[in-house]
Design a protein. Structure first.
Length: 35
């Protein structure tokens, strides 16, 4: 993979992660962290 593709992939993963976390409440996040 090229550096550009790696950077795009990392950025995409971060964006998805933030969106996913944004949909969770703190209680749900804690439950996921424990599991």
């Amino acid at each position: 993979m090229t550096l550009e593709r790696i950077s795009a992939f990392i950025t995409y993963c971060i964006a998805v992660l933030l969106a996913w976390l944004g949909d969770l409440s703190l209680k749900d996040a804690s439950t996921v962290a424990v599991c």
